[in-house]
Design a protein around this ligand. Structure first.
Ligand SMILES: Cc1cc2nc3c(=O)[nH]c(=O)nc-3n(C[C@H](O)[C@H](O)[C@H](O)COP(=O)(O)O)c2cc1C
Length: 311
């Protein structure tokens, strides 16, 4: 049984396999390097880094739901200076590519964070979090096609890095936003971020989260996220990175057949920090068993003329 070829490309970035970690669910990667063999996965996407340090939202910040979880973390992170001083040296030691996820409060901040990332050793690509629902105004960037196109174009020029635009599902239609990101020069679009939801504490007659709203993730969102990937993959030529409820190698294959070139594993990491490694290993074994020589045979296979695509 020959070993299948699993490597995929996102712009200039080559990944040894399509399995990445999802932002915000795996710290900045280095925290797990001692317990999980990160040389087995395609790469780590770090927790969103913002210009200045953020302490995040008041607790509770997470809440378990049927088939998933709600979170309202509020982009807690050390800010750019803290990231460069304390985290970047550790990230450089990772045995896989590190994709830096950033978010700005304004277009200018997105562009400035991209400019600072240019040529930064240890950063293989940039993911723009255009979608976090927990920051006031944060959603506007991924609701507005003109804004998304403009930000992506400026960040591509400023960073010189392969750029993934991460999209929110909490919009009327995610397809035109994805197309706008492609027009702006994105190397890939990542979807989806969390779906808006809430939880109620009926005894206390109030919402569980101080802000009322939170983001839903995990297996509960997989059918909706898969549909978003299926629809977007039909409309764009750049790679799509599928995210939402992935917990097994078969989940990954479903996303690939729907048109994703790579995937990110999020909530599953809370149950098992080795989940991305296990999923990548299972994927290799499953493809070998099924006689699939190259993962590209499956990418987009659900689309007319799909499969064998070299997106
Ligand atoms: C606790 C938690 C924190 C998250 N923080 C971020 C973040 O900082 N930036 C971001 O782009 N997405 C963030 N996300 C969204 C995930 O990256 C992912 O898009 C979403 O959870 C769906 O994938 P999943 O169902 O596999 O978890 C977070 C998700 C969770 C559960």
């Amino acid at each position: 049984m020959t070993s299948p070829s699993l490597s995929v490309r996102i712009g200039a970035l080559e990944l040894r396999n399509p399995v990445l970690t999802a932002s915000g669910t795996y710290g900045l990667g280095h925290e797990f390097a001692e317990i999980a063999d990160l040389g087995e996965i395609g790469g780590v996407v770090g927790k969103t880094v913002t210009m200045t340090e953020r302490i995040g939202n008041p607790p509770p910040r997470t809440f378990e739901t049927a088939g998933g979880m709600l979170n309202s973390i509020g982009l807690m992170n050390p800010g750019w200076d803290g990231f460069v001083a304390d985290v970047l040296p550790k990230v450089r030691a990772l045995p896989c590519p590190f994709i830096l996820n950033v978010a700005g409060k304004s277009e200018d901040e997105f562009v400035e964070l991209s400019r600072r990332s240019r040529g930064l050793r240890g950063v293989a690509a940039l993911e723009l979090n255009l979608s976090c629902p927990n920051v006031a105004g944060g959603l506007d960037f991924s609701k507005d096609t003109a804004a998304a196109r403009r930000i992506v174009a400026q960040c591509v020029a400023a960073s010189g890095l392969p750029l993934l635009a991460k999209l929110s599902p909490n919009v009327e239609d995610v397809v035109p936003i994805a197309v706008a990101c492609q027009e702006g020069g994105a190397s890939a679009v990542s979807l989806v971020n969390t779906y808006l939801g809430t939880a109620i504490d009926w005894r206390r007659r109030r919402t569980v989260f101080a802000r009322g709203i939170a983001g839903l993730s995990g297996p509960a969102i997989k059918p909706m996220a898969l549909l978003a990937v299926l629809r977007v993959a039909r409309a764009v030529d750049v790679p799509v990175v599928g995210i939402g409820g992935i917990a097994s190698a078969t989940d990954v294959l479903e996303y690939l057949v729907a048109g994703a070139t790579a995937v990110q594993v999020g909530t599953a990491c809370f149950l098992d920090p080795c989940a991305p490694v296990r999923i990548a290993q299972d994927l290799r074994a499953l493809l070998a068993r099924e006689g699939v020589a190259d993962v590209h045979e499956l990418i987009g296979a659900a689309h007319p003329g799909g499969g064998g695509a070299q997106k």
